[in-house]
Design a protein around this ligand. Sequence first.
Ligand SMILES: CC(C)(COP(=O)(O)OP(=O)(O)OC[C@H]1O[C@@H](n2cnc3c(N)ncnc32)[C@H](O)[C@@H]1OP(=O)(O)O)[C@@H](O)C(=O)NCCC(=O)NCCS
Length: 161
Amino acid sequence: MSNELILRDVVEDDLAIFFEQELDQEANYMAAFIAKDPSDRAAFMAHWHKILADEKVIIQTIIFDGKVAGSVLSYEDERKLQVSYWIGREYWGMGIATRALSEFLANNNKIRPIYARVAKDNLGSRCVLKKSGFTIISESKAFANARGQEIIELLLEKDEE
Ligand SMILES: CC(C)(COP(=O)(O)OP(=O)(O)OC[C@H]1O[C@@H](n2cnc3c(N)ncnc32)[C@H](O)[C@@H]1OP(=O)(O)O)[C@@H](O)C(=O)NCCC(=O)NCCS
């Protein structure tokens, strides 16, 4: 294994892999703010086709050692440019999210400020964001589908580089 990581445009065949990766229960608990029913394949595909067609959304597939390891994207929400990412569980703990986000911010979306939202208890994602230069600017309560209740969500900002 060379631990090579590249970002490339999403192709149709990636979507079935993302769907499987985003079914994982622990991942869904961590991410918290997810679709109402992650097992609804038709809704998942419709959502992805919609965001892939949206020119304001930039999405890249993360390829690690030649395999689809996850996705990283930016989108606009409440007039704020935001990033998000998802790594397949078998690839966790290898620095992939940190490398992919840093590459994405350096080459795919250089607009600043850029923001991220994360469940306060998603320590892995908070660590990834901190390493990429995001700092917490506020916290609020929001309903999390994966938890069936309101939880604390952090808003983070990166305003340079
Ligand atoms: C959160 C997530 C993106 C982390 O991906 P990853 O590739 O494993 O992250 P990295 O390997 O780059 O880890 C970065 C740091 O976070 C730490 N970390 C990773 N997962 C962690 C966890 N569950 N708890 C605590 N720390 C964690 C790592 O130890 C590492 O720190 P270190 O470099 O000081 O050792 C991945 O678990 C995931 O996709 N989860 C489900 C979806 C999700 O939560 N997306 C983000 C929504 S805001």
